[in-house]
Structure formats: structure tokens, C-alpha cells
Write a protein that binds this ligand. Sequence first.
Ligand code: KIV
Ligand code: ZN
Length: 510
Amino acid sequence: MKKIQFFDTTLRDGEQTPGVNFDVKEKVRIALQLEKLGVDVIEAGFPISSSGDFECVKAISEAMTTTSVTGLARCREQDILRAHEALKHAKHPQLHIFLATSDVHMQYKLKMTKDEVLASIKHHVTFARKLFDIVQFSPEDATRTDRAFLIEAVQTAILAGAKVINIPDTVGYTNPSEFGQLFRDLKANIPQFDEVIFSSHCHDDLGMAVANSLAAIENGARRVEGAINGIGERAGNTALEEVAVALHIRKDFYQTETNITLNQIKATSDLVSRLSGMPVPRNKAVIGGNAYAHESGIHQDGVLKNPDTYEIITPALVGVQKNSLPLGKLSGRHAFNTRMEELGYSLSEEEQNEAFKRFKNLADVKKEISEADLHALVVGQASETAEDETLAHLQVQYVTGGVQAAVVRTEGKQGVREDAATGAGSIEAIYNTINRLLNQNVTLVNYHIQAITPGQDAQAEVHVVIQNEAHEEIHGIGIDHDVLAASAKAYLNASTKQIPAGKQSFEEAH
Ligand code: KIV
Ligand code: ZN
């Protein structure tokens, strides 16, 4: 069996999704869950791009115990030094450096000749190897690079000391046949093909990222890069959970093994979906809400007789559990803590106490607390931590056909603050009040509300994206039994989030 390494870039390429901004706490929370999932390498950010990204990479480096941590760097010495500074406390640090090799990128973006590109790869990989034992080199836009030049660039990086060569399909242009052939060409022309690790990094512009990644694995790749739920630049990256399950279900074909703990997939997917504000489509492979629903009578009949008739993946395999023992108002601390542990949360005593308090408050208004409610409880708690401004009181006066009014009281670093304002609708009144209270001038770009569970007493989960004066888009989440309170919490969360100051976009950083 060939071992396939999983390289997760949810926190770097995934964060390049417009409107997705994780703060340090959220990134560490996701990284801890990724470690539990068993990914081999976490790309925690792009340290030179901003002080915030630097802090995230540093915090994740310090938090990981078994998982390797890497950061992105261009072929520039200052990028590599900055990445080293952020990664130096990681138990298993790696560096990821890249330089574009396609004609269009070299001519128009880099304005460099082929010889200059080769010289830069040689110099910077050599430089990086003085600081890192494991250096991964990516020839950006590899799938649109002249094949002979790609081989030369890869060979140059290997001779300079790169131990991992990642082949990016930067613009999502390739298809499985072509990508498989690319790996066969590399194998045929690179004498050290089996001594280094070849990796794939695919984007989903033509909807083929997962298929392309699997084709790479079939043809010699031993590392696969991607993001949870397939989030990322434009149409996103390879959805890692889909690759993991495909390799497992079709082990007979792929003959590979991985370190992925499959039953952590659902919890990881839920967390990333909530914190990124990117809902998972119901028909999404592996983790979509409908992935295990059988609608047609013939299918239902077959599944009842023998699940193998129509079910190739069992819900339990990826951690989708039936709510075996629903909790409610009368459930005690022991049952609650046990259930949280079963769901994969290892909460500190203080976190347990806070979560239990929230659970009891929820149980007062909701008869049966489902698994989804419990996940939401933890996410809601994480997004309303001590240093943020939290909602202490909300009062809304609704008048049919008139002007609506809101009073908002918050508690935070600046103590208790209270203000009031009006708006054409209740949400607008609340948001105008929060703007006054925080003395901010932001624009609401997106507002999305969904029920966490079915039923009339469901909790509401609100996602907002606001744009601040620096034109940065910031995502916020709010969860509450009441839709207006959830809306207020989401807006406060986005407004007070410590997003990386002056965060440079990937393109600006080129
Ligand atoms: O898509 C891409 O080319 C990248 C590289 C930095 C690997 O994300
Ligand atoms: Zn990418």
C-alpha cells in the first residue's frame, strides 16, 4: 500500500476565498481539529503578507504536537526569513516556496526570463534549505507551463535541496487524463522522482479538482493538497474530505493508505463551514445534508433490505451520527460532558462550565437539544470570547409599516456600552445601533440566515459579511434561539474581529 500524505491549506488558500477571514483564535481552533482529523501538514498562512498572518502561523506552530506546520513564501529572502521566524517553534516545521513557470506568468506578471526563473529557484531553495530541513517547491501554473521547462524547473529545485515538489493547477485548467500524463512525464524525466515526494494542488474552476488530484495519486503523487469543504481562491481547491473517502472506499483500486481519521470529517467540515461562513451545499459529496438521504421508494426499499444496495458510504464512517441520546432540560452535567467528548471536544474545565451554562439556557427554550445544537454551542462560544464585544441586552420595538427602533447594550474591553437607533426594518435598526455604539462606518455586504435543526424551536445561525473602511471584507457568525439576537451577534462578531491588519491579498503579494 502506498502512503498518501494530506496537506491542508484551508487556512491559507482556503482563506483566499473572498469574505473569508479567520482570526487567530479561529485558525488555531480549526488547526486543532485538523490535527485530530489526522492531516500530515497544515499550511497555516503566508507569514510575510501581514502581521496578523504571521501571528496565526506562529500560534499554530506552537499549538500543534504531531502535525507538521508550513507557511507560504515567494522566492524572496525576506519571505523565507519571515516564514522561518513564524515557524521556528513548530515541532515539525516545513517551508513552501513557489515561483511561476508558465510563459504567461513569467512574461506578464514576473517579467522574468526562463534563465532568471531557474536562477531564482536555485538560489531561494538553497537559501531555504539552510533554515528548513523540509522545503516544498511549487512551480506555479505548472499545468500551463511548457513541459520541457517544467521538468527543468523541477530538476533545478530538487538539485537545490527541495524534498517535496508540488504541482499546482493554479487556474483549474487541467483534466484527469492530462494531469495523469504530466505526472508520468515527470516520473520518466526526473531521475530522483522516487526520492522526493511529488504532490498535487488543484483548483476547481472546471469542477475537476478532486478527479485531477486522484489522477495525480494514480500516477505517482504521494501528497495531496486541498482544503476542507473545497473552499479557496475562486471556485476553490480540492475538497480533501472527498479525496480521503474516495481513497478509502476504493482502496481496491487506489491501493493507498492515509493517516486520516475518517469519522472526524463531519466535525471538521461543520467547523470550517461555520467559521468561514460558507454553507455546505446539500448535495455536496461526502458531507452534504442529502448525501445519506434516500428519497425514491425503490431506493428506500433497497436500503431497508440491505444498505449495500444503494449506500456505498455509511454516515458513521465520516462521523455523521444519529442522535442516539438527545439531551434536554433535565440532562445533567455528566451526560452533557460525555456527549461533548463523544462529539470530539476536549474542553477545559472553564470551557465546560461555560458550555454547560449555555446548554442550560438553550434547554430552557428548546425541548430537545440535538447534536447540531451542541456543535453550534461550541462555535457560538468560540466566537464570543472575552476580548470581543458581547451582546448583553437587545430590545427591539416593531411597528407595522413604521420606523423600527432598537436598543443595544454590549459588554467588552471598554466596559458596558449602550445606544439606540432606528431603521426601516428591525435588523437595520439593530445594525445602525451597533454602528453608533462602536462608532464605525461599515457596509453590510452579505446577510444569510439558516435554521440549525428542523422544527419551530430551531436555533438560528446568521452569517454576515461586512466591508470596513479599508475595503476589507469580514465575516461574522451569530447563533441564538432568537433570530434578532443571532443577527446582532453576527454583526458584532464581524465588527470586533481582530482580522490581520493590512492583510495583503495573494495577488498583491506577487
Ligand atoms: O494555486 C497555486 O498555484 C497556489 C500555489 C501557491 C501553490 O496556491
Ligand atoms: Zn492554490
